[in-house]
Design a protein around this ligand. Structure first.
Ligand SMILES: [Zn+2]
Length: 341
């Protein structure tokens, strides 16, 4: 159980995947309704197939669990429902701003168009925001293994939904197998159209992958980026360009980006002055929460509670909202956090 202090703390969530945040009970009940073949007959027996067990060897094994969950998210009503539930779950742990992300192209297996996928997701976020009071926006993820022309098209579509709540464009998926540079055109277009850029890098590949995300794709934030620690000149570049690393400690252990929490470089990165924000990545697959990750910072990495509070304010600075909305959010967070002094 995560202590109430960390649950109550107002939080900003900037690295959270739709596909990894679907409630297991929702997956189980919808999969049964749809007649999907499941490897188990009860929710309890199903959990090892959709949550981390410790047996996963690498990022690809981890992603296979996410792939199974997306068997249900192929219709608009299910997409809108799971997204609304994700916002409800965010509200329960006092997340004040959620930047959810997801790959529209993983939800088109039953014939939805990417536009329909995005509209359903944005609808779920809007309803969730109204019902539960969590400001919620969306980052469209391109997958590294998808064809560059498909991602270019995806960037165009993503930009069309800027007014409806798409704030950013991301690259996710098999980092070791597909270089970022393949998708340069898509990212150039997304940036030109006013979307913010974040790229998963330095998770399953080394510093050169992070450098490419920054130099070739124009990343303003890096998903994970923890292997940047291996290259001092890259650390210098990250600080100079004021790029935030979206660090997700438990997920990094689960995907084997680091061998253990003890080996995780988060504190070193922080002490070097690298801007960091904390995410829970795929909380339902990892069976964790953002509150729990923040508690981990104090328990396992020697952060003070004050530093954890300051990281929430820092997250506002690096979020993808327009400046005036950031100012409002910052003022609200400062006021709320002052009650924790
Ligand atoms: Zn991620």
């Amino acid at each position: 159980m995560v202590s109430q202090l960390f649950v109550k703390l107002p939080k900003i969530s900037l690295h959270n995947h739709l596909e990894g945040a679907i409630r297991p009970e929702t997956f189980f009940s919808i999969a049964r309704q749809k007649g999907i073949n499941l490897p188990a007959d009860t929710l309890e027996d199903l959990l090892p197939y959709i949550q981390v067990t410790g047996e996963e060897q690498n990022l690809v094994d981890f992603l296979a669990k996410i792939d199974r969950v997306t068997d249900i998210t192929q219709t608009e009503d299910v997409l809108a429902r799971v997204v609304e539930e994700i916002v409800e779950d965010a509200a329960k742990q006092n997340i004040r701003y959620l930047e959810l992300r997801g790959g529209p192209l993983v939800h088109v297996r039953e014939g939805l168009r990417p536009e329909q996928v995005l509209e359903a997701i944005l609808w779920g976020l809007k309803v969730g925001e109204q019902k539960y009071g969590v400001k919620a926006r969306f980052i469209v993820c391109a997958l590294r293994s998808d064809a560059p022309e498909d991602n270019l098209n995806l960037a165009k579509i993503a930009a069309e939904y800027k007014k409806q709540g798409v704030v950013g464009f991301d690259l996710a998926g098999d980092e070791a197998g597909y270089p970022a540079k393949l998708h340069q055109q898509a990212f150039r277009l997304a940036k030109e159209k006013g979307l913010k850029i974040t790229v998963h890098a330095g998770e399953a590949a080394g510093p050169e992958s992070v450098r490419s995300a920054i130099m070739d794709l124009g990343a303003e934030r890096i998903g994970h980026g923890i292997r940047s620690i291996e290259d001092p000149s890259l650390i210098k570049l990250i600080i100079e360009r004021d790029i935030a690393l979206e660090v997700c400690p438990t997920s990094n252990v689960h995907t084997r980006a680091v061998s253990s929490l003890e080996k995780h470089p988060i504190k070193k990165l922080y002490e070097l002055g690298v801007p960091i924000v904390i995410g829970d990545d795929d909380p339902q697959i990892s069976n964790i929460s953002l509150s729990g990750e923040l508690k981990l910072l104090t328990e396992r990495f020697g952060f003070s509670f004050r530093q954890v509070c300051d990281l929430q304010l820092q997250a506002v600075k690096y979020c993808f909202l327009p400046e005036e909305e950031k100012e409002d959010l910052l003022a609200k967070m400062e006021k709320e956090l002052s009650a924790f002094d």
